[in-house]
Design a protein around this ligand. Sequence first.
Ligand code: PMP
Length: 394
Amino acid sequence: MRNFAREIQQRKQAGLYRTRRLVSGPQRPELVADGEQLLSFCSNDYLGLASHGGNITTLKDALSEVGLGGAASHLVCGHHEAHHRLEQRLAAFTERDDALFFSTGYMANLGVISALAGRGDTIFSDRLNHASIIDGCILSRARVRRYAHGDVAALDTLLSETSGHKLVVTDGVFSMDGDIAPLRELARACKARDALLVVDDAHGIGVLGPQGRGSVLEAGLSQDEVPVLIGTLGKGVGTSGAFVAGSEVLIDYLVQKARTYIYTTAMPPALALATCASLDVVEREEQRRGHLDALIRRFRAGARALGYELMPSRTPIQPIMIRDNFSALALSQALEEQGILVTAIRPPTVPEGEARLRVTFSAAHTEEDVECLLQALANSRALVDELASHQVSP
Ligand code: PMP
């Protein structure tokens, strides 16, 4: 039998032990975690909609109208007109013909990738793609070729060497680096090499592009150029679930084949109605994106001036590179002692030697919040230098 306790101990010794905090009350920057009042810079609630009063009222009303549980899978009797309404809304939002509502982004990626590729096919996946994409690739049983992060020339070479059905999959915004995939170049390469392009815009929806329609529409790419567009609803949109948008035939095919859509209970229909309301806010309230952008710019200027290493990102994901696991944990701890919550991200979530503090911003943050974060980072600068000079390792 495997010795679980020993494996956990080894994780601890390598600075890789994972813990959870117990949050009470709503998700917002002023967060109560493990009973402590903290200022959080680590949620994906980019527009501050996770506790939006109007959307909560819509949800309460919808619960009275359509009840709580999903009760059955979609293909049995769970497919409610509330789900249908959200799918129509998502299709319009992404300028696609149709859309399919999944329970989570993780499930969408597993279901879509394993439905669209199989034995004998080849999937080309960016090296920094999200875990759910990696798992979708494994589940598909297709051959997987990983290409260097964002390297379209390397991808094109791989595509040129491959025959048979080809599927290229990429994050729109990379979840741990915050940079945006070279979507126009990827679309061009896929068209030239007859490969199907799948973009997972989990972190772009709500945040980027006209009215928050995501990185794909920001790049001006049509359904013909990005035939499979995946997005999540638990981040920028502030509710829960995910979707795939594309042609009618694509959606029909996924209803036949995507096992994580077919063999699971439909999401609570009231949640679909609250998500429709949240999409209205996303589209309408451009000022949320404007404010978010100003916070990001202020942070970048301030953190750079303090000598911190940032990534080339203009999105709300702004990692501070630390590299050593223990040093990342120590900086996270030092910030927490000053009332600031930013989690340390370590391997295997990021490559070995690339541990970081993943700072994320929300339109619910104030300018003063960013100044507090920068002050705490300034106070911790000496500690970071000290850790770097010792390179604390296991
Ligand atoms: N794709 C990407 C790029 C992600 O970062 C995440 C979540 N962190 C997901 C998919 C999964 O989405 P969900 O949280 O809705 O399962």
